[in-house]
Design a protein around this ligand. Sequence first.
Ligand code: ATP
Ligand code: MG
Length: 200
Amino acid sequence: MVRKAIFGGTFDPIHNGHLHIAYEALNKLNLDEIIFMPTGNPPHKENLCITDAYLRYKMVQMAIKKEVKFKVSDYEIVSDEVCYTYKTLQHFKKVEPETVWYFLTGADCLVDLPNWKFIDKIFEVANFTVFLRPGYSLDLLHFSKRKIEEKYSTKILLLDVAMLDISSTNIRTFIRNQKDVSLLMPESVLNYALELKLYS
Ligand code: ATP
Ligand code: MG
């Protein structure tokens, strides 16, 4: 059976925290492919100023070059509408109904999940998978997980992996303040961001 994951994010920019959980997912879930899905018009961030979708897509493309099982999709960035996760997942499930689908997220998404649209529809088509992230206690995550599982009669996968304290927000701030971020993200992505002055 083919096993694939969709890994959605703003990726503004993509960083080693993203790549780390993607590699962990690949191994722990025995996946055949991970599709990075940069969001075009994210429902949660529509009022914030984010980097052009195509540039974020390009940075993901550069970051995943070395791993053949990592792919990037422009499905959400070419869409004119606000993209909801459940719609994207439904689309991919429809195209490949035999594939076992996973949806990868960090701990912050689990805590925020009650605010997402039609989360029951996500559970229908994909295994919702959560990775630990600094700043979110295991107690809180288990509590959130249990509440959602009970409400929707579903199962959420919580994966206990080494945590990397990296976020795109921090990277953007560090670059603006001319701090060294070379250990936090792929070199090619950093060079591209600096060249285009994306965050300075
Ligand atoms: P921002 O600070 O702009 O929100 P971010 O670092 O959270 O950026 P996103 O693009 O928002 O990155 O995240 C995409 C997905 O990756 C989310 O599910 C998020 O929880 C997860 N993620 C990001 N960084 C990490 C990390 N260091 N550890 C675990 N999960 C992470
Ligand atoms: Mg985030």
